[in-house]
Write a protein that binds this ligand. Structure first.
Ligand SMILES: [Zn+2]
Length: 572
């Protein structure tokens, strides 16, 4: 193994053993740094950046290869080696070098946030929490295994629960009712096993928080998630504001839907399907068509984004089509060594595919812009800003989706696609507020140790945000719903970020309606800051602010409602 840092590439690490990699970190850890010698510190940081970007990219390449072809055992074991063997050992070295950086008390404006995140990580770390973290990983694995193995009987066949998805959208109300009930009953049937897992998670998480000097796990997680710029009280304000602004708007939309569907009562399985029973939109025939039209749309948003997407096409940084042997789902990540993003998804030709691609491309453009910053650990802001990049792109691109503008849809389908997007956004806030409020309660009220209380409180909280639905005769299904929200089990407290980001994206969209060029330029400026500045500054650069208050939300709800009114309703 060579030790000239400038010669390192992902290829260096593709098959390297940890014993070969470790000396590079030892060399950096052993180098003596003086606070006054900033040139030496900058050189040290550049070396650290060089190893980590090459090593992380080697791991990413292995991951992407295994996602693209799940049938290849060699690819799977290469990925497994990085994720479970090299990954954790690498993290220890990050902590070790971060500690050295903190000790030398050096900073630059673009490093301030990386240093703040390193400091928090060191402050809340406790040796005695290492076995607890391992216990929590085991509990998470139990949840994944239990829910992943759930099946239901459908037309005489045993199928995994997620395969009920298309039936939940069926125009026939009997079919979707059956699918809806079966889906939640599958969770209800395992309720006590799920409650056992959550009991253990709750106890372990609270203990871990107390070990780290926090009163409860909520406060610990606010630190662990680097929420420097908003508090639990702000979240409570957020919930109230959603209740006062989004919930009445949702009630209005549901009432309209009930009329369109000519129903006496809107049942929970009536809110997902197309209200007019139309088949799903099929806006493109091939991946080439999807790529060409999307590139033309980005070029209209900003020629720079068109160029970025063109690079991704030419350099084969897009794996978009659904095929057998490919892992499901979608994501975007940036190869840190090449400084190039990569998008993975499973497009099948439906309207949602376009939204997913616009969304992931927003993350990709963030990667292009932020990777110009010299130090890797300054690139990534928290999810609150990462999702502003992606959600804003869904909205900035929206005006160009119509055929008239060179996009995908005729006038009628354009209206339908836009209405579905905006409706989904409105209801998204109700669920975000529900899940966040419930999690705050779980970790701050001792009553949450009781499984019956948990189910009861969940329904009470959800009722605040879920207007106009008839749940009669569905008490068990309703209480079972939170067990399906895997964030509560696997990624505690990670959820309100989507709401904070969506409010940021809606402000970017508002600005674009007043001055498209300026709004887009501001958006790019914000992306280029990566994770180098505090959240309010990142939002500010994008022409937005952090919104928790009622007035801020009311303005944006008004904007969505005005757009929905302009789009009108299609004739049945
Ligand atoms: Zn995203």
């Amino acid at each position: 193994m060579m030790t000239t840092f400038t010669d390192l590439t992902p290829r260096t690490f593709a098959d390297a053993t940890w014993a070969e990699i470790l000396p590079l970190y030892n060399e950096l850890a052993a180098r003596s740094l003086e606070t006054a010698d900033t040139a030496a510190i900058d050189a040290w940081l550049a070396n650290w950046h060089a190893i980590d970007t090459a090593l992380i990219e080697a791991g990413m390449l292995a991951y992407v290869a295994s996602c693209s072809d799940t049938t290849d055992a060699a690819k799977e074991s290469a990925n497994e080696r990085f994720s479970s063997e090299i990954g954790p050992l690498h993290q220890q070295q990050v902590v070790r070098l971060a500690s050295k950086l903190l000790d030398v008390e050096y900073s630059r404006p673009d490093l301030e946030m990386a240093i703040a995140r390193f400091r928090t990580r060191r402050e809340i770390f406790r040796d005695e929490n290492i076995p607890l973290e391992r216990d929590l990983e085991g509990l998470n694995a139990r949840y994944i295994k239990l829910t992943g193995a759930m099946t239901v009987e459908w037309n005489g066949e045993s199928i995994p629960v997620p395969q009920l998805g298309p039936f939940l959208l069926d125009p026939d109300p009997d079919i979707r009712e059956r699918a809806f009930r079966l889906q939640l009953r599958a969770y209800g049937a395992r309720r006590d096993d799920l409650a056992d897992i959550f009991d253990a998670q709750l106890r372990t998480r609270q203990l871990l928080a107390r070990n780290a000097g926090f009163e409860n796990y909520r406060d610990y997680m606010f630190a662990a998630l680097h929420r420097y710029d908003y508090s639990p009280d702000d979240c409570t304000t957020f919930h109230k504001s959603v209740e006062l602004t989004f919930v009445p708007a949702i009630a209005g939309r549901r009432e309209r839907r009930k009329q369109h569907m000519e129903l006496d009562a809107l049942r929970p399985w009536d809110i997902a399907p197309d209200p007019f029973g139309r088949p799903a939109l099929r806006p493109f025939e091939s991946i080439d068509a999807l790529n060409a039209t999307t590139e033309a749309i980005f070029r209209k948003v900003d020629p720079v984004f068109g160029d970025y997407f063109g690079i991704m096409r030419r350099e084969q940084l897009l794996d978009l089509d659904s095929r057998t042997g490919k892992r499901p789902g979608g994501f975007c990540d940036t190869y840190p060594f090449r400084k190039r993003p990569f998008i993975f998804m499973n497009a099948t030709g439906i309207g949602v595919d376009i939204l997913v691609l616009l969304h992931e491309a927003g993350h990709a453009f963030h990667g292009f812009e932020a990777s110009r910053l010299p130090f890797f650990y300054a690139w990534n802001p928290g999810e609150e800003m990462a999702e502003v990049a992606s959600m804003s792109m869904e909205l900035l691109a929206a005006p160009y989706l119509s055929e008239q503008e060179g996009g995908f849809y005729n006038a009628k389908d354009y209206r339908r696609a836009r209405i579905e997007h905006l409706d989904g956004m409105l209801t998204g806030f109700a669920w975000i507020a529900t899940i966040d409020a419930f999690q705050h309660w779980l970790y701050t009220d001792p009553a949450a140790a009781d499984r019956d209380e948990r189910d009861k409180l969940f329904v009470e909280i959800w009722q605040r945000f879920d207007p106009g639905l008839d749940w009669s005769g569905l008490d068990a299904e309703r209480a079972a719903r939170w067990h399906r929200q895997l964030h509560i089990f696997l990624y505690p407290f990670y959820y309100i970020e989507y709401g904070i980001a969506q409010l940021g994206a809606l402000q970017v969209w508002r600005n674009s309606m007043e001055n498209q060029a300026k709004a887009t330029a501001d958006y790019r400026t914000a992306l280029a800051l990566g994770g180098s500045r505090p959240l309010p500054e990142l939002f500010g650069a994008a022409g937005a602010r952090l919104i928790f208050d009622r007035d801020g939300m009311a303005e944006l709800v008004g904007l969505i409602e005005a757009e929905l009114a302009t789009l009108g309703e299609p004739a049945a």
